[in-house]
Design a protein. Structure first.
Length: 561
């Protein structure tokens, strides 16, 4: 059984007593239900009602701009819950932020600025906004490494390619989150970024030797554990050298791997906090084994929390059957629940001194009054986030001295754009930058594929891309055919006669597909605030950042020139 008086929980005897009393009061079905963290849209009344009936240990919130509605939905679910809910959210920044909320830079933008104090200040603002929605558990920071430039899932969600830089910013973010009363989670164990695939679609692998892993990912996780991080997210990622087995078992996803969870994470690194699986509907898990096999293995092999369900009743039956036939043991369920309840106690979800009776515990997971009383709109300024965004746009190269732009020299601009791509929207969203340029005195023309617009008729061709790293992309590459709409035009490169500038508001590696473009900028995320910051840099009103948190040239020597 875990020692809850030690790191990272440091529970008092009264808090430990609350954990034990709460555990003893749960029915057999409630014990199993507590192992789940369920996806929750607070605007979906039917879904919230189903969650309330099920009684999970926590939810993952899809927060919208209406923080009051989020808190009200959480309070209603807590009223029906046997124990107060852990309320998680992906608080990463960029497009992984609260819809309609503050525009925060994503991890790669913060890594480009490389100011850990500013990262900590941004994290404090992110935490305040999250707390205003009732969130008490962040599924961040990301400590993946940008090693494989073709990876569609790591790039902008990581703090770059250098483990030293990643450590600086991840620890700054985790410390700020936990100081604000939000549990931090380092992910994705045992490490992502050396495989150029996406675990949403396939079980990815860590190809490193154990020594190389210890010097990179092992160090990152070890530093986070030493700093007191409360949770780790286990990815659907295999690590053969760490598993120490042979054959197909060497490639078992970490989320269901006892050697990687119980041996490497708990044993070698000494982590005593909560281990939450990554989302269980992912193909990285489902491709490994059927759900009736892998679902109980998540808990039995070392995780404490199952992230999401595909069918509440069916998933409960799977765990009940596994408990009955011995594939899941009461001892592992007890250990998982003790850590889960310890996290709730650590976050103050049990009232002070509530060791004697479950009726004394706090049911409401809304934030402390000092945070909740601040109106949501008051958080919109986010001064630290604004400073970080202003400093993030990175001029990678300008081989012909194009910049800064001016209406006198570059009045007629042809904009070619693939739009801002989001996997959960059917069509790309338009950029705001063209309208910003028009307001600044430029004549802006949107390229229409197939209409024969000649670059020779313009003073500048501006190519915009908005491919931020998000789930189920498979590959992110520059689609010349889609951009031009014609296979002949896709093969033409007119930048020898007409100035060209390519700006990526997302994936930082598009020079791989356009190595000889004469001017290239990385801006990391396509939020309106970042587009406005890029405009300021384009016009010379703000200096460009010149620090690259990754190799934007992708190892291609010609891309430098």
């Amino acid at each position: 059984m875990p020692d809850l008086s030690t790191a990272p929980f440091h529970l008092t005897p009264a808090q430990t007593g609350w954990v034990e009393d709460s555990l003893a009061a749960l029915t057999p079905d409630q014990r199993l239900a507590q192992l789940f963290n369920l996806n929750c849209d607070p605007a979906d009344a039917d879904q919230c009602a189903a969650i309330a009936r099920f009684g999970p240990g926590g939810i993952t919130l899809r927060p919208s701009a209406d923080s009051a509605a989020s808190r009200a939905a959480i309070a209603a679910m807590n009223d029906a819950a046997p124990l107060p809910l852990l309320v998680a959210a992906d608080i990463e920044g960029g497009l992984m932020s609260i819809r309609g909320g503050t525009e925060f830079p994503n991890p790669l933008a913060l890594a480009a600025v490389d100011d850990p104090d500013l990262t900590a200040a941004v994290a404090a603002e992110m935490a305040a906004e999250a707390r205003a929605h009732g969130v008490n558990w962040a599924f961040s920071p990301v400590v993946d490494i940008n090693a494989a430039f073709r990876s569609p899932i790591v790039a902008t969600r990581s703090f770059g390619a250098d483990p030293d830089r990643i450590a600086r910013h991840a620890l700054a973010q985790a410390t700020a989150f936990q100081a604000a009363g939000i549990a931090a989670t380092v992910k994705h164990w045992p490490g992502e970024g050396y495989d150029d695939r996406d675990q949403h679609l396939v079980t990815t692998q860590v190809p490193l030797s154990l020594d190389d892993w210890r010097a990179s990912f092992g160090r990152l996780y070890g530093d986070a554990i030493a700093a007191g991080v409360l949770s780790v997210m286990a990815g659907h990622i295999g690590f053969a050298a760490g598993a120490g087995t042979v054959g197909v078992e060497a490639y078992r996803p970490a989320s269901v791997s006892s050697p990687l969870l119980q041996g490497l994470l708990r044993g070698e690194l000494g982590f005593n906090g909560v281990i939450v699986s990554d989302a269980t509907p992912m193909a990285g898990l489902g491709a490994w084994a059927p759900r009736q096999t892998c679902l109980p293995e998540i808990i039995q092999n070392g995780c404490d929390v199952i992230l999401f369900a595909t069918d509440l009743g069916a998933d409960m039956h799977i765990l009940q059957a596994a408990l009955a036939d011995g594939r899941l043991t009461d001892a592992r369920v007890d250990a998982a629940l003790r850590r889960l309840l310890a996290l709730k106690a650590r976050l103050g979800l049990a009232s002070a001194g509530a060791a004697a009776a479950t009726s004394a515990r706090t049911r409401d997971a809304t934030p402390a009054p000092a945070v909740a009383a601040a109106p949501y709109a008051a958080l919109a300024a986010a001064p630290a986030a604004a400073r970080a965004i202003a400093r993030a746009p990175t001029l990678v190269k300008d081989t012909k001295g194009l910049l800064p732009l001016s209406p006198d020299r570059h009045r007629r601009i042809l904009v070619m754009s693939s739009g801002i791509v989001l996997p959960f929207l059917p069509q790309p969203m338009p950029f705001a930058l063209p309208a910003m340029l028009a307001k600044a005195g430029f004549e802006v023309t949107d390229h229409q594929p197939g209409q024969g617009q000649s670059p020779d008729d313009f003073d500048l061709v501006l190519i915009l891309s908005g491919d931020e790293s998000l789930l189920t992309r498979g590959r992110i590459f520059f689609d010349w055919l889609g951009l031009t709409g014609n296979f002949i035009a896709a093969m033409q490169r007119d930048w020898h006669t007409t100035p060209h500038l390519m700006i990526s508001f997302g994936h930082p590696y598009h020079l791989y597909d356009a190595p000889r473009v004469p001017a290239y900028v990385n801006a990391y995320t396509a939020t309106p605030a970042m587009q406005a910051a890029v405009l300021d840099c384009l016009l010379g009103r703000q200096p460009w950042n010149r620090q690259n948190p990754v190799d934007p040239f992708c190892g291609q020597g010609d891309a430098v020139y």
